[in-house]
Structures are given as structure tokens and as C-alpha cells.
Design a protein around this ligand. Structure first.
Ligand code: ZN
Length: 333
């Protein structure tokens, strides 16, 4: 019944020539924004869940045992580097090279990992960490969002509010609290089960590491590769990404607005916006639009971007950037 209704709405929309723009439907809560047959999907590419991999402390074993395994499977992880201590400085050329890998997203784990006992300390630790991280990619825009992981086991006597203000000042995205092997997961099977749990919940799951196959708080290499094999095999259902992309997608989706624009016969136009600052929140969202039953492919255009979307179950699924200009859908042969 719902499908039929959508189709009727679609046909009505498609037959309006130069009519007035449609209604705006803004949903601020967990429900994705939707307008007459189009909705923002919960996760990128319509996947069922998200999974984040985090690696702390610039542990050298990550260069040896983590990055090559991620690259082999074309997966990505977030590396929370401590960029002002001897450990990092000794391996600096290797980390600089690793930062160029598409499997590596660099994040801020403070400059020295010595903690923060006052606001000035905190500001310096975050600011100097960001300076090194920005210098790894001079070609990328500045400022931009960078992931943040609070260092554990060190004095941290700044208030929640002070941390929040400092993170905002430095455009840092706080990650979910550390949870990983060998403390919280005691076997490869438990780690693999965490992926299934995320799929079952349809939500974000994450796994956080120190050393892998060496260094400290060590995860055995076999446990780690078992998790990666599971993630690789689950890629059709799980979006494996970095902390900033996850945060951008959720923030944009939660404040997304869809507006129907005047449409001609066979051409559907709409606009996507969100309340987040486009200077920092420019990740494309995945949209799904109900199209007439006989459409097999849909040509989607937004600004300079053009793509052909396949239709599955009467739905065209495609990427669109909030604030990226009008989106046009039409039948493609
Ligand atoms: Zn740490």
C-alpha cells in the first residue's frame, strides 16, 4: 500500500509543470528527513550499520601489522597519533608516508599524552597536535574537522565543559569511549560478534586498539585479521569508515531538509540542505527516491556532478550534498 501511495505521489509531482515548490519536512530527531517519495537514508549507500576502527598512541606495530592489512582489504582506520613525543619523532618519516594511504585517517590523541590539568594545557595539547596533523596534508583545507581521542591513564582534571569548548575551538570530533581488545574483548570470536551486533542494531559499532602483534596492550595478529576478514565480508551491509565521516553523516542527516522544487513531466527536482556549517559538513548523504515502475536507470545531476543511479525495488539510490544546489532526476536509457 505504501509503495502504491508513493507512486501516485510521484506521478502527481511529475505532472506539475512549473508548479509551486513542495512542502518542507524537517525532522530533527533520529528519523531521517523525507519528502514525497524521497528520503535520506540512515547510512551511506543504504548500508545497515557503520563500523569504526581506531588505533591509539602511534604504536609502531600499527605501521607494520595494521596498515598493510587494511590496505590489502581496501579498508580504512582512524589513527590517533601522539605527535610530540620521542616515539612519534623517531618514526616520523614512516608516519608521514603512512598518512598518504587511503587506509589511514589521522586523528589527534593530544601532543604529548601527558594529560591536561588546566585549560591552557588542554589548549596547547590540542592546538599543537592539530598543527602537526594539518602539516601532514598541506593540500587539504584548513581548518577542517579532525578526530579526537582522549588519552587514558594520565591526569585529566579539566571539566567536561572546558573539554567541549576546546574541542569546538579546534574543530575536533570526539570519538566514542575506548572499547577494545585485549581488555574488553577476550577472543577473535568476541571481536567478530561485535560486527554482527552493530548490524543487528543498525547502528554504529567500533573497535579500538593499541599494539597489534607487538608493543603494549597487545591484540594478537590473528584476532585482528579475523576481525578484518569479517568486515571485508560484511562490506555490502556495513559502512567501514573514519570517525569524522561518521560524525558528518549523522550530523547532516539529523538536520537535513528536503524540498521539492517545481518539476516537469518525467523530470523530478528537489533540494537538500542541512543546518550544519557547510565549511565543515560537506559529506554527501545517500538519498532514495521512488520512481515510476518502468524506470530501470535514473540520471542524477547536482551542480557539476552527474551520475547514473540503478533502480532497485522502484527506488533510485544516489549521493547528494546538502547545500550543493538543485538535484535533478530523470529517466536514463
Ligand atoms: Zn593513548
Amino acid at each position: 500500500m505504501k509503495l502504491v501511495l508513493h507512486t501516485v505521489r510521484w506521478l502527481l509531482v511529475a505532472s506539475v509543470v512549473g508548479g509551486a515548490g513542495g512542502s518542507i519536512h524537517h525532522v530533527a530527531g533520529a528519523e531521517p528527513a523525507a519528502v514525497a517519495g524521497t528520503q535520506v537514508l540512515k547510512w551511506k549507500d543504504g548500508k545497515q550499520a557503520v563500523f569504526l576502527l581506531a588505533f591509539d598512541d602511534s604504536a609502531p606495530s600499527q605501521l607494520r601489522n595494521v596498515i598493510p592489512e587494511l590496505e590489502k582489504r581496501k579498508l580504512a582506520g582512524t589513527f590517533y597519533l601522539v605527535t610530540g613525543n620521542g616515539l612519534y619523532l623517531n618514526l616520523r618519516p614512516k608516519w608521514e608516508a603512512a598518512a598518504k594511504s587511503t587506509s589511514v585517517v589521522i586523528a589527534n590523541h593530544t601532543f604529548t599524552h601527558k594529560g591536561a590539568t588546566n585549560v591552557a594545557d588542554l589548549d596547547r595539547e590540542l592546538g599543537k597536535g592539530n598543527e602537526v596533523i594539518y602539516a601532514l596534508h598541506p593540500e587539504r583545507k584548513q581548518p577542517r574537522l579532525v578526530g579526537f581521542g582522549k588519552p587514558g591513564g594520565v591526569p585529566w582534571t579539566v571539566s567536561k565543559e572546558e573539554v567541549q569548548a576546546a574541542l569546538e575551538k579546534h574543530h575536533l570530533v570526539d570519538r566514542p569511549p575506548f572499547y577494545g581488545p585485549p581488555m574488553h574483548y577476550k577472543s577473535a570470536a568476541e571481536m567478530v560478534a561485535a560486527v554482527d551486533a552493530a548490524i543487528q542494531k543498525g547502528d554504529m559499532g567500533h573497535m579500538d586498539f593499541h599494539g597489534v602483534g607487538g608493543d603494549w596492550l597487545v591484540t594478537p595478529t590473528e584476532w585482528f585479521t579475523a576481525l578484518l576478514d569479517k568486515l571485508e565480508a560484511s562490506q555490502d551491509r556495513v559502512w567501514i569508515t573514519d570517525v569524522v565521516s561518521w560524525h558528518q553523516y549523522v550530523t547532516e542527516r539529523r538536520t537535513a531538509e528536503l524540498k521539492q522544487l517545481p518539476s516537469d513531466a518525467g523530470i523530478f527536482r528537489l533540494e537538500l540542505s542541512c543546518q550544519a556549517d557547510p565549511a565543515f559538513y560537506d559529506l554527501p548523504l545517500t538519498l532514495s527516491t521512488q520512481v515510476p515502475a518502468d524506470w530501470k536507470k535514473v540520471s542524477v545531476t547536482q551542480g557539476k556532478n552527474s551520475a547514473v543511479a540503478l533502480v532497485r525495488n522502484g527506488q533510485a539510490q544516489y549521493a547528494a550534498t546538502p547545500g550543493g544546489g538543485p538535484i535533478t532526476l530523470q529517466r536514463s536509457e
